[in-house]
Write a new protein. Structure first.
Length: 131
């Protein structure tokens, strides 16, 4: 799904993780072109867990939060449009495991931005691995 926040000056594209909607939004200035994407066949991926309606409600809430954080009064004639696009992007993550007082825990790194993710991502992957 592609979610668009438009005003007269700009268009922002947001993507929501369709697994649980727990991760922060991904924001794109434009959809990645085919030359920027790599097709990978793997069995190690998290299947979507949200219905289309749940995803639409979550993205609306999260985008509104982004609007307020950036400054609601800076927007002139805001228009929030949710557009269903047949685009599926799977974001790669690296997961490292460690022992914490007899319990295996994980740390998660976004493999594209090469940034360590926080507790939301760790919890998401730990729950998936425990299932």
């Amino acid at each position: 799904m592609r979610y668009v926040l438009r005003n007269r000056a700009e268009t922002n594209l947001f993507a929501l993780d369709a697994v649980a909607g727990a991760l922060d939004l991904f924001e794109f200035s434009e959809l990645p072109g085919s030359e920027e994407l790599i097709r990978v066949e793997t069995r190690n991926f998290l299947p979507p867990g949200l219905t289309e309606e749940q995803a639409e409600n979550l993205i609306r809430e999260k985008v509104l939060r982004v609007i307020f954080q950036r400054g609601l009064f800076k927007l002139r004639d805001p228009w929030l449009e949710i557009v269903d696009e047949p685009v599926k992007l799977y974001m790669p993550y690296w997961i490292g495991f460690y022992d914490r007082r007899g319990t295996v825990r994980c740390r998660v790194m976004d493999a594209v931005r090469r940034q360590v993710e926080g507790a939301k991502a760790s919890t998401l992957f730990e729950e998936w691995l425990a299932a």
